[in-house]
Design a protein around this ligand. Structure first.
Ligand SMILES: Cc1cc2nc3c(=O)[nH]c(=O)nc-3n(C[C@H](O)[C@H](O)[C@H](O)COP(=O)(O)OP(=O)(O)OC[C@H]3O[C@@H](n4cnc5c(N)ncnc54)[C@H](O)[C@@H]3O)c2cc1C
Length: 257
């Protein structure tokens, strides 16, 4: 539901459940796991604003660290693009779209105005498609409040490396979603990849450069880097597990699939 927060359809508190309310018999500690020592069966966490450290012993360890946004070392993307991975990202994105509309309504330089009113999302999977729909809805539905912006000035672009968006759903549903988005004035660029994002311009490998004040990166994730420090067999950075989800050769230590 992050995209609904980004679109302003839902408030952040509407999609969050406090863990402490959900799990009454579970001890919950909020911290950043910095190290895992499988030999001594302990986990080191950093907590609080001062990043204080504490070592916690365990009997069984379940690894469920999720993934991180993968910027694939593309120049300028990690520094300048926005993510859509957390509630904070969604809230920032909503604010960023509105800030662009505010700035554009004041801007008289045509080139700068065009850049402010161009929103690009890289990645045509679930996250990217949901996000482009959210940005499109938010920007276009806000326009009645911005009398100085013409709807034709707003450009919303989805860039996807494959031939069909939403590849997880199969071609027919991908084409259906594409048609729906195009009807809602979303530009869809297929078979293209972002090669750089510099000085407010998104560069693509097909030679097109799109001046855009906003780039959202939804073009891939990579597993938690902590896994690399552990003596597990990894496949594409993910832990290889057996039929009971135990990491290879280390009974009692489980990964999640
Ligand atoms: C925009 C968007 C839309 C999506 N829509 C859907 C959808 O509609 N349907 C669907 O099924 N899936 C959807 N997904 C995918 C879904 O969110 C993920 O598949 C799912 O969250 C993975 O669950 P997980 O528990 O493995 O990891 P996560 O949910 O990422 O949880 C991992 C947790 O580990 C924590 N963590 C990581 N490293 C550390 C550390 N070092 N120390 C302490 N804690 C740490 C993280 O903070 C996080 O809380 C979407 C994802 C995105 C980004």
């Amino acid at each position: 539901m992050l995209h609904e927060v980004a679109a302003g359809d839902l408030e952040p508190a509407h999609i969050c459940n406090p863990l402490r309310k959900l799990f009454r018999r579970v001890t919950i500690l909020t911290g950043n796991i910095e190290a895992i020592d499988l030999a001594t069966r302990s986990v080191t966490i950093a907590y609080g604003s001062e990043a204080l450290r504490r070592e916690l012993p365990y009997d069984h360890l379940i690894l469920a660290l999720g993934s991180e946004t993968n910027y694939s070392s593309i120049p300028g993307v990690a520094e300048n693009a926005m993510g859509i991975k957390s509630l904070g990202d969604a809230t920032l994105l909503r604010a960023a779209v509105i800030a662009m509309l505010e700035s554009a309504s004041l801007e008289i330089d045509a080139e700068r105005r065009k850049r402010m009113l161009t929103f690009v999302v890289a990645g045509g999977g679930f996250a990217g498609v949901e996000t482009i729909g959210a940005i499109n809805d938010l920007a276009r539905e806000s326009l009645p409040h911005y009398g100085r912006i013409n709807s034709r000035e707003v450009r919303v672009v989805l860039i996807h490396g494959g031939k069909v968006i939403l590849p997880e759903l199969g071609e027919a549903l991908g084409l259906y979603a594409e048609e729906k988005l195009r009807k809602r004035q979303v530009d869809i660029k297929l078979g293209a990849r972002v090669t750089a994002y510099a000085d407010g311009v998104v560069h693509c490998d097909d030679g097109e450069s799109i001046p855009a004040g906003t780039l959202v990166w939804a073009a891939g994730v990579s597993p938690s880097p902590i896994l690399k420090s552990l003596p597990f067999e990894l496949s594409k950075g993910r832990v290889v597990v057996n039929s009971t989800l135990e990491g290879s050769g280390l009974p009692g230590c489980m990964g999640s699939r």
